[in-house]
Design a protein around this ligand. Structure first.
Ligand SMILES: [Zn+2]
Ligand SMILES: [Zn+2]
Length: 181
């Protein structure tokens, strides 16, 4: 089963290959790449954020257009939220094989620090592999260095290593389940 990463046109160029290679390193599956079609929906002007669940509907639409049943991860620059959360780094819905990850809070610049390409590529890959991990049936993991650990902050995300823990690697064979963020 192939995994596709769909890139929104606002994502800076040059990230696709470095992120794809890192995700391959974590999950052992080399993702394909596609360009996103159309605009991202789910904008809430009062929050200046996008509803990640509405964005997942867009991912499903693009998958159907491409006649694909394989897991797909959309990468956007739009800041995402879901009901009950101020923000999410990403969201996965295993029932439809759709996931999204946002760069909005992954760049140093968001935190007033100088941008660094490798930091950004590492974080997009860790979050992307995390959401794809959900699509492949993985749950959250208690090991703070495992990609399937759920990060609340950028520090949590940076503490994770570019790998699955041995238990998650062993679980990768199991099937998908419910919605996760
Ligand atoms: Zn783990
Ligand atoms: Zn998660």
């Amino acid at each position: 089963m192939g995994v596709t990463i769909i890139w929104d046109h606002q994502v800076p160029t040059g990230l696709q290959m470095p992120v794809g290679r890192r995700i391959d390193l974590v999950l052992g599956t080399s993702p394909g790449h596609a360009d996103a079609e159309g605009l991202i929906n789910g904008y809430h002007p009062e929050r200046n954020q996008y509803d990640a669940r509405a964005v997942l509907e867009r991912v499903l639409f693009m998958k159907r257009r491409a006649d694909s049943r394989d897991p797909a991860l959309l990468v956007v620059t739009h800041d995402l939220f879901i009901d009950g959360c101020d923000f999410v780094f990403g969201l996965a819905r295993p029932s439809t094989g759709c996931a999204v990850v946002s760069l909005a809070r992954l760049d140093n610049a968001y935190y007033g620090r100088p941008s660094a390409f490798d930091d950004l590529a590492d974080r997009v890959a860790k979050e992307g592999a995390h959401e794809i991990g959900h699509l492949l049936g993985l749950e959250h993991c208690a090991d703070p260095e495992c990609v399937m650990f759920k990060p609340e902050t950028l520090d949590d995300l940076d503490r994770k290593r570019m790998r699955l823990c041995p238990a998650c690697r062993a679980r990768l064979r199991d099937g998908p389940s419910g919605e996760k963020c």
